[in-house]
Ligand binder design. Structure first.
Ligand code: GP9
Ligand code: MN
Length: 431
């Protein structure tokens, strides 16, 4: 009931952070691209293999003077993988302890999601994905989130050509090329989310698109990753070239994020080899959960930001840049640009990385050094770790209550226009 929201609002209100005066509103009225980099991990930015930089376009973009790059940004997904990432990015709500929030609640719940918030600022909103619309229940969820358009498989005539598909959908280069004709027609300003898919396990790619040799860890589930990651980088490079040609590069804020790991923690020996280490401990595995997060805009003051944060923090961060006040929203993350960002990153299983400590697999470490600590032997350490853990547990539980109780249906932030799903229909197909 509405009463259940009270303690949750109290918790959220006690953790609200101020905007960053240097960044607030800097992207007001710009087009926004949110570019979903499937399974891409942060270690691949700048990574060298086979005598080459594997991802030259993304690496250059990361270091561009107008790009804010984040080097302590973590994925926080659970079983819902991509769908958890999307839920966090566009709602600042966590995925669920098991299953997928989009699948189980996406169609029925009330949300205060990014597309609906931007709609009120006069934005056109569209999502693009070269797979069937029903995957992760996107077709229903995107309506609840207020997307005006969802361009999925039936919008892409090339998706019928078997040579143009690999793994979970269309090859990224073809998908992006074919998306261009729709993007060009969107009334500006627009918010466009573009979900790539080729860099997805099992990292299959046709011979002619393989432009770097596979890793040699000897672990079959890992070795192809470098080839599809390279392909993703080229796809992104081509897309940027097109954006410049189309005149969209200069008046857009381009946001990139990796949704989750591509190499799971079950592959320790392979991970050790890739990171040039003799062995891997739990601290390394926690660090290995970093994914790229970058924000680029013409004229933006760039640089590498070291704030400890994650996917839950993206929406408040983007709203700060867009100059949209979010003090009233139910959001579990905080603005990464805020001088008061708490610097705690909860993982879905209750582990965490904070700017001070890391808890992973029942072990504790100093985050800055990786040195193991034992809270049972040090009262001061224990006090700080307990405080972090209590924040982590409360925020995850509260987020779960919001989703499982559909609590936002009782909540009416006053500059928010509820989504009317009857106004929205997408062309979908099931094949
Ligand atoms: C499918 C794609 C993959 O449409 O987004 O989802 P994932 O397996 O990464 O969760
Ligand atoms: Mn994914």
């Amino acid at each position: 009931t509405a009463k259940d929201l009270k303690p949750i609002l109290k918790f959220i209100n006690s953790h609200r952070t101020p905007d960053n005066v240097d960044y607030f509103g800097k992207a007001k009225g710009k087009n926004v691209f949110v570019f979903h980099l499937e399974s891409l991990q942060q270690f691949m930015i700048g990574y060298k293999w086979d005598g080459q930089t594997v991802m030259p376009n993304l690496t250059k973009f990361y270091h561009n003077k107008n790009t804010l790059g984040f080097d302590n940004f973590f994925n926080q997904v659970g079983q819902g993988k991509t769908s958890d990432a999307e839920t966090m990015l566009e709602n600042s709500l966590y995925g669920l302890p098991s299953g997928s929030a989009m699948v189980n609640y996406g169609g029925s719940n009330t949300f205060n999601a990014a597309p609906a918030i931007l709609d009120q600022q006069g934005y056109t909103t569209a999502a693009f994905h070269g797979d069937v619309a029903s995957f992760w229940n996107r077709d229903n969820t995107y309506k609840s989130w207020g997307y005006d358009y969802f361009f999925s498989k039936p919008f892409y005539p090339n998706s019928e050509n078997p040579n143009y598909n690999v793994g979970y959908g269309m090859k990224d280069k073809i998908f992006l090329r074919d998306s261009a004709q729709y993007i060009e027609q969107l009334p500006q300003p627009f918010y466009a989310k573009i979900i790539t898919v080729t860099n997805h396990y099992p990292y299959d790619l046709d011979k002619e698109n393989q432009t770097i040799k596979p890793f040699d860890t000897g672990d079959n589930t890992v070795d192809g990753y470098v080839q599809t990651a390279r392909y993703l980088d080229q796809s992104f490079g081509e897309f940027i070239t097109w954006l410049k040609k189309a005149g969209l590069y200069k008046n857009s804020m381009i946001v990139l994020y990796g949704d989750h790991y591509g190499i799971s923690n079950n592959h320790r020996p392979a991970i050790a080899k890739l990171l040039h280490k003799d062995s891997i401990n739990n601290y390394d595995l926690a660090q290995f959960q970093k994914v790229p997060f970058m924000i680029h805009m013409n004229g933006l003051k760039g640089g590498i930001n070291h704030t400890y944060g994650g996917e839950i923090d993206v929406l408040p961060t983007l709203l700060d840049l867009l100059g949209i006040k979010d003090d009233e929203y139910v959001q579990f993350g905080s603005d990464l640009l805020s001088p008061k960002h708490p610097g705690i990153v909860p993982f879905r299983d209750g582990n965490f990385v904070s700017k001070d400590y890391t808890k992973f697999g029942n072990q504790y470490y100093v985050t800055s050094s990786g040195e193991e600590v034992f809270p049972s032997k040090d009262a001061n350490v224990k006090k700080e770790i307990d405080a972090d853990q209590s924040f982590v547990d409360t925020t995850l539980e509260d987020s779960d209550k919001v989703i499982m109780g559909d609590l936002l249906r009782f909540y009416h932030p006053h500059d928010f226009q509820p989504v009317d799903k009857k106004d929205i229909s997408y062309k979908v197909s099931t094949t």
